[in-house]
Design a protein around this ligand. Structure first.
Ligand SMILES: Cc1cc2nc3c(=O)[nH]c(=O)nc-3n(C[C@H](O)[C@H](O)[C@H](O)COP(=O)(O)OP(=O)(O)OC[C@H]3O[C@@H](n4cnc5c(N)ncnc54)[C@H](O)[C@@H]3O)c2cc1C
Length: 409
């Protein structure tokens, strides 16, 4: 289990080659925002046949749903091999965690939500184009006043009308927002009842719909090659065919969203893996070559301790990724583990990237050595898909038990 099989090794080699040849040269333009990543995402999908595999899995699901068999979503990108998927994300993240995040949000979060929860018609119309990257997707939960408290403070509403619903609200920090074709949007169903009784529903919107506009891309510390913006919903009229799953889910709407967040939290350790692996590989090579005081700097104990520390961080994250992949494959649900490891792996990535810069001295601070980008990008892992504190508190609540926390007397 703690070893990549031959197919994963092959994916590793092929994606590394693609990233070096195709993605790395585009980074300056992507980071500057003078080029958008969509064309490269499409190229990635066709180069490795991942789009075709995901399409086959989506079509299988459509057939099952039409035959009256619901059940879990099988397959997906890489035919449902979570370790191969993790290796794919790791390789993208060695070069650009931002690019990996944008691709993951479009295919995994937006596409995954539709293929996992949509009706056959919705999977055909929106799910397949997203998982094949023919279209770019965004996943819109966060609002200016609703971040960690995404559900409780949500003010985006869907008011029922004769023709369907009218959506009103603002979403913010939306990855892929500036170029997305499809927007998966979460809103409260507002029939005038008190807020705490309102259910949550998910809608699938298209760019170009009257009332839907996007803001200009934010200027960010990192993940600069992943465009982010606000999404404005100004009385957007939607038909019932755009309600994900075809029916209001009442309070269960929250658990649908939590499923998506769980997917995202499982993906982040793979990004941390890529960041740390690159930091480790590059640092070991550097301390062998760089000479000071007449010796390679690797001869100094203070440097050796940092290399051992990076190695331990890398191996810790790698082990978390293996276990997460095993859990996904064996269909083992362990939300405390998912939340806690997401927090741990993110912290290790941030610390590891800074250690690698330290080992490179002033050169580590230079763009050319790539470590400053990995450090800037890594910080987002501690913020997105729930901040580290929120992830750890969620894990603790599961471990202690909600019932024990609310017991009186
Ligand atoms: C680059 C980027 C891309 C993103 N992409 C998306 C996207 O595609 N879609 C999407 O929906 N969202 C996206 N997000 C939003 C992200 O998920 C939120 O930023 C995150 O959930 C935190 O919310 P917030 O920023 O409002 O922080 P806040 O919730 O305001 O938190 C601020 C601080 O308070 C702490 N805090 C809050 N509540 C508690 C509590 N109860 N106990 C202890 N501490 C607490 C937090 O840990 C944090 O330290 C993105 C964010 C960024 C930066």
């Amino acid at each position: 289990m703690f070893q990549l099989d031959e197919s994963s090794r092959m994916v590793e080699k092929m994606v590394r080659g693609w990233c070096e040849a195709k993605l790395a040269p585009r980074l300056p333009a992507l980071e500057a925002g003078t080029e958008m990543p969509w064309a490269l995402m499409r190229e990635l999908a066709t180069t490795f046949g991942v789009g075709a595999l995901a399409e086959a899995a989506a079509k299988k699901r459509i057939a099952k749903l039409r035959a009256g068999e619901g059940g879990d979503r099988e397959g997906g990108t890489f035919g449902g091999d979570p370790m191969m998927m993790a290796v794919f994300v790791k390789e993208l993240s060695r070069v650009s965690p931002g690019f990996a995040m944008g691709w993951g949000v479009s295919v995994g979060l937006a596409g995954g939500a539709i293929v996992g929860k949509g009706t056959p018609e919705q999977i055909e119309r929106w799910g397949v184009p997203l998982v094949t990257t023919k279209q770019i997707g965004s996943w819109c939960l966060t609002e200016p006043g609703a971040g960690s408290d995404a559900f409780g403070s949500m003010t985006t509403t869907a008011t029922p009308t004769d023709a369907g619903y009218r959506l009103r609200g603002t979403k913010t920090f939306i990855t892929n927002g500036p170029g997305a074709d499809v927007f998966v949007v979460y809103a409260r169903i507002d029939r005038g009842e008190p807020r705490e009784q309102q259910g949550l529903a998910t809608f699938i919107l298209d760019r170009g719909m009257a009332g839907l506009t996007t803001g200009t891309p934010f200027k960010k510390m990192g993940m600069r090659d992943s465009p982010t913006c606000e999404v404005f919903l100004d009385d957007v009229e939607v038909g019932p065919e755009r309600l994900l799953g075809g029916a209001e889910r009442g309070r269960a709407g929250r658990s649908d969203t939590k499923d998506s967040l769980g997917t995202e939290r499982s993906g982040i350790p793979a990004m941390a893996w890529g960041i740390l692996e690159r930091c480790y590989d590059q640092s070991v090579a550097y301390v062998r070559e760089r000479r000071q005081f007449g010796k390679p700097i690797g001869a100094f104990q203070a440097v050796q301790l940092k290399i051992a520390d990076l190695y331990l961080k890398l191996k810790t994250v790698e082990n978390c990724v293996y276990r997460l992949a095993w859990m996904q494959k064996a269909k083992v649900s362990d939300p405390a583990y998912v939340n806690a490891t997401k927090a741990l792996c993110s912290q290790l990535a941030v610390d590891g990237a800074l250690t690698a810069i330290q080992l490179h001295g002033g050169y580590g601070y230079m763009e050319e050595y790539h470590l400053e980008k990995l450090a800037r990008d890594s910080k987002l892992l501690e913020l997105g898909a729930g901040t580290t504190d929120i992830n750890l508190m969620s894990a603790a609540r599961t471990l202690i038990g909600q019932e024990a926390l609310t017991r009186e007397g």
